[in-house]
Design a protein around this ligand. Structure first.
Ligand SMILES: Nc1nc2c(ncn2[C@@H]2O[C@H](COP(=O)(O)OP(=O)(O)OP(=O)(O)O)[C@@H](O)[C@H]2O)c(=O)[nH]1
Ligand SMILES: [Mg+2]
Length: 350
C-alpha cells in the first residue's frame, strides 16, 4: 500500500436549521398560541484515530467533506432533525493543524481519540420559545447558526519508540528484518528504503508476551537532508515520538582517521531539522561486525568517543543483537514510566 503521511483537507460543518413560526390552529380553540419548533443542529465533522488505518492515502483521493445541514423546525413544537455528522478515520499518530494559522489543533496519538474539527451550527429557536405574558403572538423565530468551514493539514507521525537513523546502505533495514517481523526491501545500493517501516521487537528473544517496543526503520539520510537533499528529511518527523534514536554506522564507510564523522554529520542534520530531535537520547550501533573491517572500526570509534555507548552488532551472525535490544529498551522503559505513573495516579474527586 502507498505510504501517505500528509494531506490537506477541506471541512465544513452543517448549518443549523431555522426555527419555525407557527400558531396552534385547532377547531374550537380560538387564538391558539405559538407552537413553532426549533431547527435541528448542523452536522459536525469528526476525526477519529482508528488502528486499522495505516496511512492518510484516502485523503489524497478525496479532500472535501461536508456534514449535513440541520432541518428547520415545524409546527406543533416539532424540532427539525439534526444534520448528519461526517466521521473521518485517520491512523493513530495523526496530528491536525489549522492550515491557515499553522496552529496545532489536536494530536490523535491514541487509538480511539476523537477531535471535532468543525462544529455544527446551532439550530434556531422556534417562536414557541418567545411567547410571554406581554407578547402572545411572536411572529418571529431565530435563523439557524452558520456552520464552520476550515482547511486542515494532517500529518502522520508514526508511533515508534525507537528510530534507526544513518546513511544509506549501512544496514538499517537488515537490522529491523532480523529483530522483528518487518520485511523491508534490502539491497546493496543506497536509498533502498523509500518509506518508513515499523516492526515490533521483543526485548527477550522471541518472547512476544514479554516487554516489546516499536522500532522504525527510516530511509537513509545524506548531507543536507534537513534542507531537502535525498529522501531523508521528509520522514524525520516520524522520529518526533521516539524515546531514543539509534545511529547505525557501517565499518565499510568509516573513516579511521575521523571515525565519528558520519555520526556527527547525521546529528547535525537532525538538529537542523528540529532541535528537539537532537535532544533525544542517542545510541551508536556499529553494524556488519562479521566483516573483516569491523574490529578496526570499533577500536577507532571507541578511541574517538570514549564516553559514548557503542554497541557492535551483526545482522548476519546475530552477534550483539541482544545487547542492542536491551540498550534500546533501557531508554524506552525510562521514558514510559513517567507516562504510566501519571496514568495510574488516582483521579481527583470533584
Ligand atoms: N556482511 C553484512 N552485510 C550486511 C549486514 N547488514 C546489512 N548488510 C548488507 O548491507 C547492504 C545494505 O543493507 P540495507 O539493510 O538495505 O541498508 P539500509 O541502511 O537499510 O539502506 P537504505 O535503505 O538505502 O538506507 C545489503 O547488501 C545488506 O545485505 C551485516 O550485518 N553484515
Ligand atoms: Mg533500508
Amino acid at each position: 500500500m502507498k505510504f501517505v503521511d500528509q494531506a490537506k483537507i477541506y471541512l465544513s460543518s452543517g448549518h443549523g436549521g431555522s426555527g419555525c413560526v407557527s400558531f396552534r390552529r385547532e377547531k374550537y380553540i380560538p387564538r391558539g398560541g405559538p407552537d413553532g419548533g426549533d431547527g435541528g443542529r448542523g452536522g459536525e465533522v469528526i476525526l477519529e484515530a482508528l488502528s486499522q488505518k495505516e496511512t492518510l492515502l484516502r485523503f489524497h483521493l478525496n479532500q472535501h467533506f461536508k456534514a449535513g445541514n440541520g432541518r428547520p423546525g415545524q409546527g406543533r413544537r416539532k424540532s427539525g432533525q439534526a444534520g448528519a455528522d461526517v466521521r473521518l478515520a485517520v491512523p493513530p499518530g495523526t496530528v491536525i493543524f489549522d492550515d491557515d494559522t499553522g496552529d496545532e489543533l489536536a494530536d490523535l496519538a491514541e487509538p480511539g481519540a476523537v477531535y471535532v474539527a468543525a462544529k455544527g451550527g446551532r439550530g434556531g429557536l422556534g417562536n414557541a420559545n418567545f411567547a410571554s405574558g406581554g407578547h402572545r403572538t411572536p411572529r418571529y423565530a431565530q435563523p439557524g447558526e452558520e456552520g464552520q468551514s476550515l482547511r486542515v493539514r494532517l500529518e502522520l507521525r508514526l508511533l515508534a519508540d525507537a528510530g534507526l537513523v544513518g546513511y544509506p546502505n549501512v544496514g538499517k533495514s537488515t537490522l529491523i528484518a532480523r529483530v522483528s517481523a518487518a520485511r523491508p526491501k534490502i539491497a546493496d545500493y543506497p536509498f533502498t528504503t523509500l518509506v518508513p517501516n515499523l516492526g515490533v521487537v521483543a526485548v527477550e528473544d522471541d518472547n512476544y508476551d514479554g516487554p516489546s517496543f516499536v522500532l522504525a526503520d527510516l530511509p537513509g539520510l545524506i548531507d543536507g537532508a534537513a534542507r531537502g537533499a535525498g529522501l531523508g528529511h521528509r520522514f524525520l518527523k516520524h522520529l518526533t515520538r521516539c524515546a531514543v534514536l539509534v545511529h547505525v554506522l557501517d565499518p565499510l564507510r568509516l573513516n579511521l582517521e575521523r571515525p565519528d564523522q558520519d555520526w556527527l554529520k547525521i546529528k547535525k542534520e537532525l538538529k537542523a531539522f528540529d532541535p528537539a530531535l537532537a535532544q533525544k537520547p542517542q545510541l551508536i550501533a556499529l553494524s556488519k561486525m562479521d566483516l573483516a573491517e569491523g574490529e578496526a572500526a570499533l577500536a577507532a570509534l571507541k578511541k574517538a568517543r570514549p564516553r559514548t555507548k557503542i554497541i557492535p552488532f551483526s545482522s548476519v551472525t546475530g552477534q550483539g543483537l541482544t545487547a542492542l535490544k536491551l540498550s534500546i529498551w533501557e531508554y524506552i522503559r525510562k521514558n514510559r514510566e513517567p507516562a504510566q505513573a501519571a496514568k495510574s495516579r488516582p483521579e481527583s474527586e470533584e
